[in-house]
Design a protein around this ligand. Structure first.
Ligand code: ADP
Length: 505
């Protein structure tokens, strides 16, 4: 199959959160499985293009009319970890992708509508049309309605449309006038069965549009797929998801295990794996995890001790991630004589300021380090060097950090919600065989709930090292690769590929 992924993020070159990891990991696995995969993303000025191989500008720039004005779109092509990526570069006077950031601009709606329109237009400048167009999240929510209205009927080959909902918190709600800008008639779409926002009847909702018009809709874990069909978690889209439930499913995210590989991770000073062995970079064994912890401690200025468990958080600092519980995790870790490291950043100025203040408060404490930046290299070192990994999310569509942590032998302590429930099974209470238990879970969102799980983890680390290392082995031996999940996506693609029943226009 010829599959085109269209997204706002791509790891590791243009990544804010898990969306970027999913697009690159899924694409690589699909390509390994023999499919012809291509990815389209914006050419941001912050993209790490030095990691892209064979990058070249194509001769086929094309004109794009957006909001009544026509400007050229330039196209760049390169290879990222073996997959072809097209970068769309706008000559629009608003310089949509030259903002020094990926999100958080006041005109994000324009930026991503423009990108979505450009991506579809680019696909149709080419002779080889895809079987599948797979779009992701609200930024590309207009793709399905737009494709069906403007492209599918006139195209010599009709692509099937898949849309993945990575997080229902962001839905792309905006004035219907935006539809004019991409050439759609707002009146046609302003009804409850189409794009009208369920909460504000004078607005349209791009994510809802993707649900109504795609041939298949997925989200990133089975539990989240169930949760969002309820009023408590559906963020007003529960009814539309229930209405389209036969086309909606939850597929657990995988990990790109070549990229997240403690046996060969170029960011680690020493490599480790379950067995002893030899890789291109040298010897690895589980004992080396201690060397990584030492390097982490010296790199960030934590006290160089072996007898304290190191608890880590790597997270976007937004309410979803349980900010008060992250703070509680820090205090509780210190009460229990552990070390704590946080790598995060927040798009919310008050939250950023709050954690900057916390960083200042603990600046002289050798058991705490807070780093308020995006740092891929430090993230790898923390996954490799930490003992316990805290993910206290209030809701979590899938969550990747707990999967990466497990692969790097850091035991997750998580709140049981969404994909965290699907991937972390409590050592003491889970209803599954002992060898499948891999972490510590809690239910409620108060401090005591977090303490109950964190205390058990720290106690086990300190008092029962043999049990702890067995737990590390359990966690590291779980296969979280994309193999199973990519197969589930393939089945969906196959199921809709030849169903040539276009949605109503
Ligand atoms: P979300 O997509 O909601 O942010 P996920 O757990 O699905 O959460 O994915 C988060 C990804 O972003 C992980 O790969 C994590 O390592 C990475 N990440 C989060 N914050 C940072 C940071 N400050 N620096 C580097 N990587 C980060």
């Amino acid at each position: 199959m010829h599959i085109i992924q269209i997204a706002a993020e791509l790891a590791p070159i243009a990544k804010v959160g898990g969306l970027g990891d999913v697009v690159s990991g899924l694409s690589r696995q699909l390509q390994k499985n023999g499919h012809h995969v291509e990815i389209i993303i914006p050419k941001y000025d912050v993209t790490h293009l030095q990691q892209v191989e064979q990058l070249q500008e194509l001769k086929t720039a094309f004109p794009l009319t957006y909001d009544g004005h026509t400007h050229q779109v330039r196209v760049w092509k390169g290879q990222l970890l073996g997959v072809t990526v097209f970068f769309l570069d706008s000559e629009h006077p608003h310089s949509f992708f030259k903002r020094g950031c990926i999100y958080s601009c006041l005109d994000d709606m324009d930026r991503f509508l423009y990108f979505s329109l450009a991506a579809l237009e680019f696909i149709h400048t080419r002779t080889e049309l895809p079987d599948i167009i797979h779009a992701h999240d609200w930024q590309t929510g207009i793709i399905a309605p737009l494709y069906i209205n403007q492209y599918r009927l006139h195209s010599p080959k009709r692509a099937a449309l898949v849309h993945t909902l990575h997080n229902l918190e962001h839905q792309g709600v905006c004035d219907p006038g935006f539809l004019h800008k991409v050439g759609l008639d707002p009146e046609h779409y302003m009804c409850p069965d189409r794009l009208q926002d369920p909460l504000n009847a004078s607005q349209i909702n791009l994510l809802k549009g993707s649900i109504v018009y795609s041939d298949a809709i997925t989200t990133v874990s089975p539990t989240y797929a169930e949760e969002v069909k309820s009023q408590a978690s559906g963020r007003a889209l529960e009814s539309i998801l229930i209405q389209h439930t036969s086309r909606f499913s939850g597929i657990l995210n995988g990990l790109d295990c070549d990229y997240w590989n403690p046996k060969a991770d170029p960011y680690l000073p020493a490599h480790f794996g379950l067995e002893r062995g030899q890789m291109a970079h040298g010897q690895f064994s589980l004992r080396n995890k201690r060397l990584v912890k030492q390097r982490l401690q010296t790199t960030v200025g934590l006290e160089q001790v072996e007898n304290k468990p190191l608890v880590a958080v790597i997270s976007r600092l937004v309410p979803q991630k349980g900010i008060h519980l992250i703070r509680r995790g820090l205090y509780r870790t210190l009460e229990l004589d552990g070390q704590f490291i946080l790598l995060g950043s927040s798009p919310i100025p008050q939250v950023q300021a709050e954690f900057e203040a916390l960083k200042e408060e603990f600046s002289q404490n050798p058991s705490v380090h807070i780093e308020m930046v995006q740092s891929e290299s430090l993230a790898h070192l923390i996954f490799g060097g930490s003992d316990i990994f805290l993910v206290p999310s209030l809701f979590e569509p899938c969550g990747l950090t707990q999967l990466i942590a497990m692969r790097y032998g850091s035991i997750p302590v998580v709140r049981s919600t969404g994909g965290l429930s699907d991937t972390v099974f409590d050592v003491d209470y889970a209803d599954c065989p002992v060898e499948e238990r891999n972490g510590y879970c809690f239910e409620h969102t108060d401090d005591q709930a977090l303490d109950s799980a964190l205390d058990r983890a720290m106690n086990c680390w300190k008092s029962h090292p043999e049990i702890w290392w067995q737990l590390v082995r359990n966690a590291m031996s779980i296969d979280h690769s994309w193999k199973t999940s990519a197969k589930a996506y393939e089945d969906i693609y196959k199921g809709i590929c030849h169903q040539q029943t276009p949605q109503e226009v």
